[in-house]
Design a binder for this molecule. Sequence first.
Ligand code: NAD
Length: 437
Amino acid sequence: MKITMIGAGYVGLVSGACFSDFGHVVTCVDKDPAKITALENGKMPIFEPGLEALVAKNVAAGRLSFTTELASAVAGADAIFIAVGTPSRRGDGHADLTYVYAATREIAASISGPVVIVTKSTVPVGTGDRVEDIIRELCPDIRIEVVSNPEFLREGAAIGDFKRPDRIVVGTEDEWAQGVMRDIYRPLFLNEAPVVFTSRRTSELIKYAANAFLATKITFINEIADLCEAVGANVQDVSRGIGLDNRIGSKFLHAGPGYGGSCFPKDTLALLKTAEDFNTPMRIVEAVTQVNDSRKRAMGRKIIQALGDDHRGKTVALLGLTFKPNTDDMRDAPSLAIIQSLKDAGIQIRAFDPEGMEIAGPLMEGVTFATDAYDAAQGADAVALVTEWDVFRALDLPRLAAGMNAPVMVDLRNIYSAQEAGRAGFTYTSVGRGTLP
Ligand code: NAD
């Protein structure tokens, strides 16, 4: 199959590279010339484990190429995937579909033969209808079908997720388009990945329902963590105790500083906007977004509290800035809100993140960046663990404590135990691990 991928970001680049690895011939198009130049020189514009090698292998095999020229890239394609961003629209939380519709119009101006157009971007219900209208209006004589095929990969584990998905959702009722999608994903049938064919609108909604459900699960366990702290219970044991029940499942039950990232915050808001537009309030999701927003600030307060009453002018070493490990993605990372509340309280911040500092730098005025965890902790009054990168999981705690002004640790990911941190001399606070008064 010949595939064109429009948008070479976290989703487009990983999907394009994986499709080419299946044996398809893929051209990734991005309007950002810096991204394309980097890719042509074998440099990845994002950090994603395994991506560089996968891209290099398929470029060398002649199956994967990059361009800024959409017109030439779509010529003769069997399928054109739209994988551009759909951020929150400033001010109201609706998904901003500007990039999707701009890409659609560019596609319409360039196609000449039958082609299946696939929205891989996360788009609100009804977007596929609008994409179809635009193309049919501009190209009334060309056979096209518009399919919804939402992506469920997780940053940091994106290649594995793409190649071994729990399911592939394909929203189209057209037989020809179903056949094209089956051919594209056929290599995955060996992995027994179930393909769920649905209507286009249903498929669009599945993506939002999935993300809202996962965001709810995280928020639920975070509130249970607060209760654990109040009653002297342990949230990790609660998670295990409920997660072993197959009806509940153990994933997404890790208490922490609240969800962030490029998807959950914007997708929950966009789902609420859709619900509002269709006069169908979703009160659970509404509460989830509110609880999660206030949680990030509460985590800032937790750190401030650990510093004591005279916290102004003190220094916190912040370990981990990205919204989760193994990515450089800083979009809506909890660290942003935490840093803001620390700065508002007159606290100095020394931060370290293994991959996120380049992108984080411009977003964090006044923050000093360190070369590693020990450098960040040097002279600090507290260390706060915000993202559970592997390099923070087995720190030499006595060494960390020795360099600090005061050995105080706020572990927002429950990486360490109170005993372990205590042995190294730390005054230790974590999340949802209450002790009896
Ligand atoms: P991204 O911002 O990393 O990448 C989008 C890319 O599209 C950018 O490089 C941009 O330059 C390019 N682009 C925009 N308009 C273009 C055009 N007209 N022609 C060519 N290129 C264009 O975004 P992302 O994180 O890859 O997300 C893409 C979509 O996938 C979003 O809808 C998102 O919600 C969804 N999604 C993301 C993830 C994730 O983990 N990041 C997971 C599942 C779904």
